[in-house]
Each structure stands twice: as C-alpha cells, then as structure tokens.
Design a protein around this ligand. Structure first.
Ligand code: PGA
Length: 250
C-alpha cells in the first residue's frame, strides 16, 4: 500500500486528482469507480479545472458509482446521481451514457443490484476505484459486520451513517434508511483502489483500518489484502497512522 500525506484538504484533493488523471491519460477508455460524500468534492473540482484547461478529457471514460439511496429520484438534490452531475459530470466531457449510478427508484431492488454486477463485468471490471471512509470504517455503504463476500446489494443504513449524513438533509428524519451499494467483493475486484481521507475525526478509524486486524467490524480493513491500494490523506487524518510507525510519502 502506498500512503501519501498531504498538508491539508486542498493538497490532498490535488494529489488524489493527479492519480485519477494519470489513470485517464494512461487508458482513456478506463472504467472509473466513483464515490460521493464530502471528501471527494475537492478532487472533482480539481479534475474539472484540468478538463477546462484542456489538460484532460473523459470522452472515452466510463464510470460506475458505488451507491445510491433507496427512494430518492435522480433529480433529488441529495441523490448521488444528482451529486455526480452537479460536482463532476455536468462540467466535463464524459458521455452521459457512459456514467452509471444505481437507480434508487428501481421497483425490483434485487434485480437492479444483479444488473449492476452484470454491468460492471460487461465493462471489463473497474480500473481505478475511488473510495472515502466512514467514521465507522464503512466503504461505500458496507457497514460494520457486513459480509465481505457480497456484491451489489440492498443495505440497511446504520444509525451512525444516518447521523453522519444528516448534515446534507433538513433533518435526520429525511435521510433514507436504505441504500443500494456495491459490495466489498466488487470493490476488491477493482484493479486499483484510491482511498481518500480528511480531517481529525477520521484519524482513529484510519489507524484502526490499516494497522489493526482485518475484521468485518471495520470494513475498510479488508483493503489491507488488496494488492494495489493508494491512501491519500491530509495530516489531520493520517497523524495517528504516522504515530503508530507507518511510513508515508510526502
Ligand atoms: P465523507 O464520507 O467523505 O462525507 O466523510 C465518507 C463515507 O462515508 O464514505
């Protein structure tokens, strides 16, 4: 695992965007696994900036997103489809038909999940998967205790995830209770993984995930077993890892 420690959120975003842009330049028709949440916003802003300068094109790139809330339409401001459109897709040249986000309104959620697994296989798998990490160690909506062998599935969100995401809604009551999410198996099948973390409130869980045992109680700990993981974090999120003796690149 490579670990890059950046000075702050902006530097972290730039470093992570650099890794994504290198992937797109190296293989323009690559499949990017994309993530939502607060952490990747700066990465997407940086990618948009480089696209606008003419340094980067996504014209042949395909994307698959990790997850979506059940019950939110793609036009709902808190849906992950909306997030991706407004933070990235609407500002770059990726073809709409090449962007894939699970449909939170699907009548048959199980079939939607199965179709998503088929879609990912049909695309030839994910070249680079971007991930954030929840305060409880979740990746995508794979919550503590979830089976590591799952592919895309319906998830009951935990109270801690609902509380963490309530900041995006008018109140916690409005946060959906279910989501569709790629499973750990989909994530582990990606050829490369880029996980990004920012802020002091992630420092404990980051340290636990990468220095502790691999355990279902900390879903991100499974990444210790992936052959090609890059962790990019700011100093605040990585300091406990550094104090535990893990070496990082600047
Ligand atoms: P955050 O979420 O980037 O908003 O902290 C990360 C996650 O829950 O995966």
């Amino acid at each position: 695992m490579r670990i890059y420690q950046a000075e702050d959120y902006k530097a972290m975003s730039r470093r992570a965007a650099n890794i994504i842009s290198a992937q797109v330049i190296y293989k323009p028709d690559c499949v990017l696994g994309l993530a939502t949440g607060g952490t990747p916003v700066g990465i997407y802003q940086q990618l948009v900036q480089w696209f606008k300068k003419g340094d980067l094109s996504f014209a042949e790139t395909k994307s698959v997103n990790l997850d979506e809330y059940v019950g939110l339409s793609p036009h709902h401001e808190q849906s992950y489809r909306y997030f991706m459109q407004s933070n990235l897709f609407d500002h770059i040249d990726i073809k709409p038909e090449n962007t894939h986000v699970l449909n939170g309104l699907a009548k048959d959620a199980a079939e939607e999940c199965a179709a998503y697994n088929r879609l990912i296989r049909g695309l030839g798998g994910i070249d680079l998967q971007l991930l954030g990490m929840g305060h409880n160690g979740h990746i995508a909506f794979n919550e503590p205790g979830d089976d590591f062998g799952l592919e895309t599935h319906v998830v009951n969100l935990t109270e801690s995830t609902i509380a963490a995401n309530a900041r995006f809604f008018a109140s916690a009551d409005e946060v959906p209770r279910h989501a569709l999410s790629m499973g750990i198996k989909n994530i582990m099948n990606a050829r490369r993984i880029l996980i990004v973390v920012s802020g002091e409130e992630k420092a404990d869980i980051v340290c636990q995930a990468f220095t502790g045992h691999v355990t279902k109680e900390v879903p991100a700990s499974i990444l210790q077993l992936h052959p090609d993981v890059t962790l990019v974090g700011d100093k605040a999120a990585l300091h406990k890892l550094v104090e535990a003796g893990v070496s990082v690149c600047g």
